[in-house]
Design a protein around this ligand. Sequence first.
Ligand code: ISE
Length: 336
Amino acid sequence: MGSETINVGVIGTGRIGGLHADNLMRRTIGATVVAVMDIDQERAAAVAAACDGARVFSDASDLIAAPDVDALLVASTDATHADITIACIEAGKPVLCEKPLATTVADAERVLRAELATGRRLVQVGFMREYDHAHKDLYDLLQSGAIGAALKFRSLHVNPRFVRELTIDSVITNSLIHDIHSARWIMPAEVESAYVQWALADRARPRSARLADIQLAFVDGAIGSLEYNGDSGYGYEVKVEVTGEKGLISTAEHPSPALRHSGSVSSAITPNWPERFAQAYLDEAQAWINAIQGNEATGPSAWDGYMSLAVADASIRSANTGRPHHLDAIEKPSLY
Ligand code: ISE
C-alpha cells in the first residue's frame, strides 16, 4: 500500500471507539479518520465533528463499502464484532477489531475461516497489552532466558467499580479475555484446560460476578492463575508475574511519584484503563497503521482472537459446572 495516508473508518464511537478515533486522527503518523458509524447517531456526530468533519454513517455495511475507506477500526458492542469483522474481510480491507473477536468460540471460528479463505492476514485483535511497556519488558526478559523455563503465569486484573452488571460469562469474554491472551502470548506453550471459581457481587445482584479466578494448565506442564476483581473500590491495576526455573519476573509498577505528607507515604493508582494503557493504545494504533502501509500483518491475529475464545469457552463451561474443562479447538492453520 506504500506510505500514503491510511483513511480509517471507525465503527462504534463509545468510550473506546472515541479513544481510538482521537488517537488515529491526532496522534498517529500516516492515518486519518474519514468516516464513523454508531447506532447512537448523536454520539457518532460528536466524534465526526472532532475528526475534521468525517462522514457519519448509520449502517456499518455502507461504511465498510465506502471507496475512500482503506481500513476499519471496530469498537462496537462485543456481540457485533464477528459479523462486522467478517464483512471487512470480505471487502478485502484490513481491520483492527477490539477484543473480544467474538462472544462465542463458534463465531470466532467463522471469522477465522473467512480470513483463511482470503489466504492472507487482514485482522488484528485489540489485545493492546502486547504494546504495554511493563508487559513487553517482562516478555523480553523471559525470552532472554533470565529465569529459565517458565513454570507459572500469574495475573491480577482489578477494575475500579462496576460500570454495568456483568455475568460470569461476560466477565470472562469482556475482561478476563485480556489476561487469557497475555497468558497465551507470554507463556511458551498453549493452554490445555481451565478451571474457574467465582463470587457474586452481593445477594441483591445475583447475576453479577465480582471476583473470578481462572486456573490454567498448559500443554507443557506449566500452570497459570488469572485473578479478577470487578469492583475494587480503589482504582485500576493490571499486574503479571512469571515464576521460572531460576527466578521470578514481575511487571514494573506503573510510575507514580511517592508523596510523603501528614505522617504517611502514598502514590497514585491509575483511575481506570484509559489512563493505565494510554500509551499502549497509541503504540497499538501506530503499529497497525505501519503494518498496513508496509502491506504486512503484525500484532495479535485472528488465531489469537479465536484461541482466547477457546480458553474463554472452557472457562465458561467450568464456571457453570464447577469442574475443570479441556479446550475444544481446531489445529493451528499454517497462515498463523
Ligand atoms: C474493558 O472493556 C477493557 O477492555 C479493559 O482493558 C479491561 O481492563 C477492563 O476490565 C474491561 O472492562
